[in-house]
Design a protein. Structure first.
Length: 213
């Protein structure tokens, strides 16, 4: 099963993608997580990506497509995956389509997690991420057991640099201009499904299960 998660930054794509990955035993592929891992490890790619991420901009396709294609070529992706944060514009969607066409394959579902902009700002300013394992919390909706500490690995939780209010607005604009056109792109292909992302995360997941079961 090959699934794409669509939706604004902070809509809950990562949260739902993790639940899908665990339930259906497929890898969760997040280009954002891959970039953050590269930044943490101080790689050249990470340093270059960071200059764009910190401004709320998309990392250039040349870099993004390369790390994406390397990842999906791995053995664990043979039976499917859930994509979170890729594709983020039409050229990336076309690269994905070409790669799948070569394998005689296609996307099963593009799931749009719909959340209005007002909620998005609250979601992103309350999001806290683990600096080590990438686990995500929310100060109101998904608080860690101990404030500021990751339940999974015990490391520090931080507000992502790109979740600061001044960057969030920019990211929303980039989403509207470059990523939202994917909704029509996948709608025309007949694979678009929408879920109400304002619900409790378990209820959002139930809607997703209804779609993919
Ligand atoms: P995305 O991957 O789309 O950027 P996340 O999955 O990281 O979004 O979610 C953004 C923030 O909102 C996180 O802090 C997360 O814990 C919280 N969150 C996710 N889904 C819900 C939900 N259904 N209700 C309330 N908060 C949520
Ligand atoms: P995310 O974790 O998905 O919210 O992504 C965080 C940031 O990483 C984005 O704001 C972009 O700067 C960058 N990024 C992640 N995925 C992509 C992508 N597919 N194309 C371009 N930039 C990306």
């Amino acid at each position: 099963m090959k699934i794409i998660m669509l939706g604004a930054p902070g809509a809950g794509k990562g949260t739902q993608a993790k639940m899908i990955a665990e339930t259906y035993h497929i890898p969760h592929i997040s280009t954002g997580d891959m970039f953050r891992m590269n930044i943490k490890n101080g790689t050249e790619l990470g340093m270059e990506a960071k200059t764009y991420m910190d401004q709320g901009l998309l990392v250039p396709d040349e870099l993004t497509v390369r790390i994406f294609l390397d990842r999906v070529a791995k053995e664990d992706c043979k039976d499917g995956y859930v994509l979170d944060g890729f594709p983020r514009n039409i050229p990336q969607a076309e690269v994905l389509e070409d790669a799948l066409n070569k394998l005689g394959d296609q996307i099963d579902y593009a799931i749009d997690v719909e959340v209005p902009d007002e909620n998005i700002i609250r979601r992103m300013s309350g999001r806290r991420a683990c600096t080590s394992c990438g686990a995500t919390y929310h100060i109101e909706h998904v608080p860690p057991k101990k404030e500021g500490i990751c339940d999974d690995c015990g490391d520090a939780l931080v507000l992502r640099d790109d979740d600061r209010p001044e960057t969030v607005e920019k990211r929303l604009r980039v989403y509207q201009e470059q990523t939202q056109p994917l909704i029509e792109f996948y709608s025309k292909k007949g694979v678009l499904r929408s879920v109400d992302g304002t619900k409790d995360m378990q209820d959002v997941f139930k809607e997703i299960e209804e779609i993919i079961k």
